[in-house]
Design a protein around this ligand. Sequence first.
Ligand code: HEM
Length: 441
Amino acid sequence: MHPTPPPFQALRQPDGEAAFQALRALVRHKTMLAPLAVLHQELGDVFRLSFLGFNAVVLVGPEANRFVHITARDQLCWRLENDPVTRLLRHGVLVEDGEAHDQLRQRMNPAFHRRMLAGYVQAMVRCTDRVCVTWNDLTPHDMLVEMRRVALLILTETMFKVDFSPDMARLWPAILRTLAYISPGPWLLWPGIPRPGYKRALRQMDDYLYQLIRARRTAVGVPDDLLGLLVTTPGMSDDLIRDQLLTMLIAGHDTSTALLAWTLYLLGRHPQAMQRVQSEIEAALGQEPPTLENIAQLKYLERVIKESLRLYPPIHLGQRLTATDLVFQGYHLPAGTRILYSIYLTHRQPQYWPQPEKFDPDRFLPEQNRTRPAYTYLPFGGGARICIGFTFAEVEAKVVLARILQKFTLTLTQPNVHPHMGATLEPRPGVLMRAQRQERK
Ligand code: HEM
């Protein structure tokens, strides 16, 4: 006999005191992460959020992550029709479910195959150089802005085989507007509220992408990039291709921007780690540009990047909708329940991450990795929906950081930075650093 699961109402939810503490944390830390951490500490790994008509169940920890990504994957939908991400990406792979998702993913997988990486690395070095060449040591540079420029150039050059430089200044405000469109805001509580002021930006993005598609359809000789793959796949309409291109542009550059900016910030805050990274780069690369082979030696930098993704996972919170009635750890989750699973809170559970607030790249030494249960670390998600750009992003971070730190000594000039929940988790107000070109003997 199976015990009857407790009713949905048995899920814990904040009482007056917990709600007050959460509010205090929000005011003090200026980010929703702080109240979520307070509620998690107070209520445990499964709790219910319910305010002003917004209802969700928050899940934290490896069991929950396995449930979302593996065990219950087919009973959980990504797509929420009224969600701004769905409205923006329409039928992009990120927001599709079931067969439609798996087919799109299969079509695009070859663009992320290992054999493509060596060529991508060369593009990554070129794009980094194009941005760094504009730096001087007179005034600090905001690395959140600079890394966005690098990430945009890389994404467009590798996936669409175009040089984005001539369009960067013109489309910059439209890109930021598009990101604001999908960032958390009052529309989470009132999905139907009017969103004035975005139309023009979204149209500019569309104009750019449709023009790329048209140009590629008439081009002679199709490169084997993502755009080439899509235009040569039978049955892919311009609209469906636009949805995949915008998905890649948004999902593939904003996340990398955040990762690069946070890692530079952390290195700026920890000069010994910065020193160690630079010595490692000097020993492994000398004056040579990063390649797929020589970056394999940058083991400490790899751990720094992993620790940065642990502390500040760009996608810090994921959401799903239950398609059928489900039971998790004895709790009944009726069909239609909004699930939020927190990567950020999982990455800071003290039972898996001693002194979770501390920056300690050596947590990722192989012998330590072996002792941690699966799904305690998931900056790229997991299961069939794991980030398609997972390896690309890891290589990109190593190449860009190695190239910058090979050429420049960076010093943080404004250490007061807090995580901001935008489309990704961003360092706000920015990462101001002085960039001094290294003397060559
Ligand atoms: C630091 C960099 C990155 C991080 C932290 C990251 C994180 C993630 C996460 C957590 C997911 C899963 C979302 C979910 O399950 O709801 C995801 C999915 C996705 N990512 Fe990334 N990502 C990164 C870079 C990239 C890059 C470089 C690309 C493309 C060039 C990309 C394209 C995508 C796409 C298309 C999906 C949807 C996959 C699917 O649903 O099958 N991401 N990413």
